[in-house]
Design a protein around this ligand. Structure first.
Ligand code: SAH
Ligand code: SF4
Ligand code: F3S
Length: 469
């Protein structure tokens, strides 16, 4: 569910902006920075839509903003520290610019609530993930000098009727949230507390939004949720129960020329139906993000992941059996409470078995209020957590190089995403299995599907050349 290609114990951080359509059209300008997962970035696009409807236009220049918003993440302590650091910087700007309002939105807003107003005197509004519709009212009050908080969580809110304003998008890859919240209680995780109960969005609005993306030129959509496999929606007309597999099918049929991805799958919930649906529709990508977290059954139990090592490995076998060339990626946490060296080794052996194409790796960061914080001691010293993380990262690097080397000589269809960051003369894109490829521009343009032969590689990137299909 992460946005960047690879993250090693770093909170993904990005800045998302929309162009101002016309300098005069909006009375006021807002600037928004987004942190955390793809769902949070997608929320910023919903927030932008609400602000556009209320007289605010976006700016890329924080110095000229009347309203500065940080859409925050709480997943690890470091994520929150980054926000504190940013707020410090913004404090200086606010001193220079009278009347500028500052808002903290998202998961950290939800976690800290009123405390944020007490601790950070520059903050004018604090708004949680389910309360963005109240932004205009809170802003109005803040203009009158009244600082405000709305962190009410909802059992229904999915923002289904709001058409997100695509912020700083490359125009090819789009993201659509299909559900909100999470009902799992992984003991290390703050998300159930910051995002509330799980709820699924009306499938008709998901399809409408995806078609709209296609009409605007987008050629790939990622369906987002903390646990997409538990998507469940009852159609109000037909009373049909729409499962995730059915939703995938409906989207695949609605936009047959668009690539479809999804994230994140929970190993306990992904069904054979989903796997068969991936096989059945060519436009659903052969790629599954299947976080394991730990390779030890005892640690998994403490984490409340509700599957064992064997169950997970069986799932991976099943995926490879049904979708032979499926790309598989994972998330791993090292140094969870009471993890022994042997248990850490079990994580390494799972990696050896699965040969992940991509892994997001972190060391455990205790989060206030979570089950783990209440029940277990955070007893692994930080240097041990970091050393275990370094071992996991080194193994993953070795494996990605091996995996990539095996791709040399193979033919892949790649969606052109845009110029490569390192060399403007080259394009980059991804294979169906989510491998990152760089290739000469030729006569290609963004959004084209191109057939490439892989000629060389390094640990992170494949290099290809156009070839006949
Ligand atoms: N819903 C998704 C991901 C949620 S957060 C899922 O279930 O997979 C993304 C990743 O952050 C998690 O998969 C986990 O690996 C990591 N993470 C979550 N809480 C953490 C913590 N307290 N310390 C370190 N990593 C954490
Ligand atoms: Fe957190 Fe677990 Fe829910 Fe993922 S499934 S968001 S890790 S509680
Ligand atoms: Fe996402 Fe971070 Fe919240 S990962 S759900 S923004 S805690």
């Amino acid at each position: 569910m992460q946005l960047t290609e690879k993250t090693i114990d770093e909170t993904k951080q990005g800045e998302a902006f929309a162009p101002i359509d016309s300098q005069n059209e909006y009375d006021k300008k807002f600037y928004i920075e987004s942190y955390g997962c793809a769902m949070n970035f997608n929320d910023s696009e919903i927030i932008a839509s609400i602000l556009y409807d209320n007289g605010y236009g976006a700016t890329k220049n924080i110095e000229e903003a009347d309203l500065v918003l940080l859409n925050t993440c709480s997943i690890r302590d470091k994520a929150e520290q980054t926000i504190r650091y940013r707020l410090n910087h913004i404090r200086g700007l606010k001193r220079k610019r009278k009347g500028m309002l500052v808002g903290v939105l998202g998961c950290m807003a939800e976690r800290l609530k009123e405390k944020l107003l007490e601790e950070e005197k520059l903050v004018d509004i604090v708004v949680g993930p389910d309360a963005y519709r109240s932004l205009p009212v809170l802003l109005h009050e803040a203009q009158g000098g009244q600082r405000g908080v709305n962190v009410l969580l909802s059992r229904e809110e999915t923002y289904a009727d709001i058409n997100p304003v695509r912020l700083d998008a490359n125009g090819v890859l789009g993201y659509v949230s299909i559900m909100r919240g999470c009902n799992n209680m992984c003991s290390f995780c703050v998300v159930p507390f910051t995002r509330g109960r799980e709820r699924s969005r009306d499938h008709n609005s998901i399809i409408r939004e995806t078609k709209d993306l296609y009409d605007k030129g987008y050629r790939e959509v990622t369906l987002l949720g903390q646990n997409v496999d538990s998507y469940n929606y009852i159609d109000s007309d037909t009373h049909e129960e729409i499962s995730f597999a059915r939703l995938l099918e409906l989207v695949a049929l609605a936009v047959p020329s668009m690539r479809i991805r999804f994230s994140t799958s929970h190993p306990k919930d992904i069904t054979d139906d989903v796997l068969y649906t991936i096989v059945k529709y060519k436009n659903i990508c052969n790629y599954i993000h299947l976080p394991i977290q730990s390779g030890s059954t005892r640690v998994l139990q403490l984490m409340n992941r509700t599957y064992t090592r064997e169950w997970y490995l069986h799932k991976v076998d099943r995926i490879k059996e049904i979708i032979p060339n499926c790309g598989i990626s994972t998330d791993i946490i090292t140094g969870f409470c009471s993890e022994t060296e042997e248990e850490h080794q079990e994580t390494m052996t799972v990696m050896e078995y699965c040969k992940y194409d991509l892994a997001y790796m972190y060391f455990y960061s205790e989060r206030p209020g979570t089950l783990a914080e209440r029940r277990y001691e955070d007893d692994i010293p930080e240097e041990v957590k970091r050393r275990r993380l370094a071992e996991v990262v080194a193994l993953h690097r070795k494996q990605t190089l091996e995996n990539n080397t095996k791709e040399i000589g193979k033919i892949h269809e790649v969606l052109v995403e845009g110029p490569s960051k390192k060399n403007e003369e080259e394009y980059c894109g991804r294979t169906d299995t989510n491998k990152f490829v760089v290739f000469p521009k030729g006569k290609l343009k963004k959004g084209d599907l191109v057939t490439l032969k892989i000629e060389s590689c390094n640990g992170a990137t494949l290099f290809g050349c156009e070839t006949e299909a």
